[in-house]
Design a protein around this ligand. Structure first.
Ligand SMILES: Cc1cc2nc3c(=O)[nH]c(=O)nc-3n(C[C@H](O)[C@H](O)[C@H](O)COP(=O)(O)OP(=O)(O)OC[C@H]3O[C@@H](n4cnc5c(N)ncnc54)[C@H](O)[C@@H]3O)c2cc1C
Length: 370
């Protein structure tokens, strides 16, 4: 007679065959920091049917691993999102609604929308990763963030295998944040996004890039006079990112390791006395945690670059063992080759402790630590 355990093993073998589950998979090629770790089970998912027969194991959902640090082997199931496809689902007036599958590559998707002259995503060019990960931390760059064009997302609840559509409100987007980093973390697998883009940019808005001096300067170098086109902005963003960030296909990195902190006006004044040329950005128009609070006074809060604080403390290019930061950007931690996830984590904890001790600011991780 079979015992309960033996029966479970038997079922798992059968399920593994049906849904193409792999065992003991090396994750080095599945994370942009290039750290070595193993997954007990690994599933390449490209159909929702596979998600209805999952073994009962702890789950981590993976896109391209550009925002994930594995500090240990994962004793559960990693589901890699491979759903493919993109299509126009509606076109009305000045808008086009597109549906893009979660496994599509984000930089290629932006290149596709810009090639059609559709506006709304051009500042988010060259952010590495998959489409399905973009809403998880509400990706953003150069004053634009995903939620501005987000309409809805399609997801599968892993516990039940049921599909569900989330509206923008239900996703609770904030600055580098959403409900999927909290209550619904690892509970829903995003299968597709619906985005609402602008087809004819009559009056290009300049407010977002005028706040970003580097982008404004790059535009004057690369493009004719304003009004700039979607393609101008796309090219300028790519040019800046190529100059300022390491190439993740060659260097082990996860981009910015920490979120940029928000500080009060008083705190900003104190920091400016100690940190020369500290840039700061108004919180107006940003998804600030207290946005829904009508008493929240935006004029009293500013976003400041965490990289500048780290720079001031000597972290730019500082090497400890096999871990360092990019020579041009103290917020961008890099694996010099062969560093373990634990070594990288120990390094970033030292950064955090230094900023806390020196400026009394708690840096929050942007990268997902596993
Ligand atoms: C060089 C570099 C520059 C970067 N610049 C920026 C930047 O300017 N702005 C910015 O916002 N980010 C930036 N990032 C971070 C990163 O590119 C984004 O967070 C991106 O969305 C990660 O995509 P991914 O598929 O690699 O995510 P992963 O690392 O695979 O996953 C990230 C998170 O999303 C979850 N997830 C992934 N897929 C799904 C899914 N289908 N359903 C549910 N949950 C899912 C994971 O569980 C994890 O919690 C940068 C990273 C690098 C390496």
């Amino acid at each position: 007679m079979k015992t309960g355990v033996a029966k479970d093993c038997y079922n798992l073998v059968a399920v593994a065959k049906i849904i193409k589950l792999r065992r003991n998979v090396d994750l080095t090629g599945y994370n942009s920091l290039r750290v070595q770790a193993k997954a007990k089970y690994f599933l390449d998912a490209d159909s929702t049917r596979q998600l209805t027969q999952l073994p009962s194991e702890p789950v981590f959902i993976l896109g391209q691993g550009c925002n994930t640090l594995f500090t240990r082997d994962f004793a559960g199931l990693i589901i890699k999102t491979n759903f493919k496809g993109r299509q126009v689902i509606a076109q009305k007036g000045n808008n086009v609604m597109v549906e893009i599958a979660a496994g599509e590559d984000w930089p290629q998707t932006i290149a596709w929308t810009v090639a059609q002259n559709w506006a709304g995503l051009e500042n988010l060019a060259l952010i590495p990763g998959s489409v399905g990960s973009a809403p998880i931390q509400n990706i953003g760059a150069y004053g634009q963030s995903l939620d501005e064009v987000f309409h809805a997302l399609h997801a599968v609840e892993l516990a039940s295998g049921k599909t569900r559509v989330f509206s923008k409100k239900e996703c609770r987007f904030l600055y580098r944040d959403s409900i999927f980093k909290h209550e619904l973390k690892d509970k829903y697998l995003v299968t597709a996004l619906t985005l609402k883009l602008i087809t004819h940019l009559q009056q290009p808005t300049t407010s977002y890039y005028s706040r970003y001096e580097s982008l404004a300067t790059e535009l004057t170098k690369l493009a004719a006079r304003p009004p700039y086109t979607v393609k101008d902005i796309f090219r300028a963003v790519i040019s800046l990112r190529t100059q300022k960030l390491p190439d993740w296909r060659k260097t082990g990195t996860a981009g910015s390791f920490f979120k940029n902190p928000f500080v009060t006006k008083t705190k900003l004044a104190q920091l400016q006395d100690r940190v020369p040329k500290l840039q700061y950005y108004p919180t107006t128009g940003m998804d600030y945690p207290q946005l829904d609070d009508p008493t929240f006074d935006h004029s009293q809060y500013f976003k400041i670059p965490a990289g500048r604080l780290l720079d001031e403390l000597g972290w730019r290019g500082k090497t400890i063992g096999r871990v360092s930061t990019f020579a041009k950007h103290a917020l961008v931690v890099i694996n010099l080759g062969g560093a373990t996830g634990r070594e990288i984590y120990a390094y970033t904890e030292k950064m955090r402790a230094d900023v806390k001790k020196s400026f009394d600011i708690d840096l929050e991780y942007e990268v997902n630590i596993i």
